[in-house]
Write a protein that binds this ligand. Sequence first.
Ligand SMILES: Nc1ncnc2c1ncn2[C@@H]1O[C@H](COP(=O)(O)OP(=O)(O)OP(=O)(O)O)[C@@H](O)[C@H]1O
Ligand SMILES: [Mg+2]
Length: 456
Amino acid sequence: MEIKQVILKNIGLFENLEILLAPTPENPSNITVFVGNNGAGKTSILTALATSLSWFVARLGSAQGSGNSISEDAILNSANFASLQIRIDDSYGGALDPSNSSKRNEFEWTLTKTRKGRKAQYNSHLNDCSRLANGYRESLSHDDQTSLPLIAFYPVERVVLDIPLKIRTKHSFLQLDGYDNSFSHGVDFRRFFEWFREREDTENESGISEEVLNQVKPLLETNQEAWKQLEQLSDSAKDRQLTAVRRAIRRFMPDMDNLRVRRKPRLYMAIDKNGEALNVAQLSQGEKSLMALVGDIARRLAMLNPALENPLEGDGIVLIDEVDLHLHPSWQRSLCDRLMETFPNCQFVLTTHSPLVISDCQNLLVYTLNNGELKRENSQYGQDANTVLLEVMNTSFRNEKIEIEINDLLDAIQDMRLREAKELLAKLTAKLPDQHIELLKAKLLLRKQELRHAKD
Ligand SMILES: Nc1ncnc2c1ncn2[C@@H]1O[C@H](COP(=O)(O)OP(=O)(O)OP(=O)(O)O)[C@@H](O)[C@H]1O
Ligand SMILES: [Mg+2]
């Protein structure tokens, strides 16, 4: 499932905004990124997409299900109504409806909202949304192993991580629970933990526990063949869904391995970091939030694709606000590539404030937002962070006061005002670090000009 286009009318600060999402012929990746100043409207766009998609999820649950409505606050202040039109491509749902052979894979629905106390001018049209959801429901009725598309929205508030110590109720998870809280809470560690524990219990019942393996290992040191067979046996009993989650986390964080639930001395979630066992609660905020995000996407994919050998190849749409939140620049750099590699069939719509997120991945579709206008940017692939800051994010990459002083210095050197240049250089040398690259360059230039002056 893929969003092709969305049209926002009177939503947030946008009067009329048409957005095409990747993959497009020019940007064949599955990632679209929005950048823009604070208040440029990035979150409004993601929330609008989530609102539209929530209707599909609701109608998948039941034919008359209702998703989220456009909130009154989201209607452009000077307008009385707002509408959201979304165009979706889905080969799966469409193929189930032979009566619609002309636009088999296309689904388009419109959600509207009229301000309280005003006359409604426009109605919502959700027939296609129902048609798409019906297709999946019908298929589920015949085959309960049908794959469902992941739909998830991770708002900025996802940083609130709650790792519970106790789990009061133990409940079993159904396939449709892959959508639980997928719009409101974002990452929910409690659910993740509950689900992980339940799967692990079943895994342990049918397989060989890690403790037993560790105990047996020294005994079989002289019999490698038997050890190999035992390992294979243990691997084949591993839960496919848990394996998917563990694999996704390892791809993003190669230092981390073997996520598991520990039952003694009390219940907690453990992970090995560079070989050392740690309680997940001990990890840093950045580590926790990346792990929770990746783990949550993988968990939902695993739940929604019960028949897939590799659930990470499941299909879906993932919206992440401020994807760089808490992440070190080196993680920001590799983020988009890793998302694409780990979840190859998911479409991502992201927002960011980081130049590194958009300069390190090929074929991204990058939009900048400025005063309600949307602009598609040329590829920033391979561009250095300074250029991206300057050209895409409209920010100078150095402190502006220092920038002006350095420019004055360079002008003075260029115009042979050597005494003034020396004074400026002395002033800047006192303020800036010894190895400041622009100062080193200026010193060399000044020396050259002095020599030339002496010659003349
Ligand atoms: N109903 C409305 N009518 C007019 N303008 C609105 C309305 N609702 C929000 N806005 C404007 O839209 C902006 C909010 O946009 P949004 O939260 O999407 O920004 P953002 O790009 O996500 O910013 P940040 O980077 O700070 O998260 C506000 O600054 C506000 O000026
Ligand atoms: Mg925002």
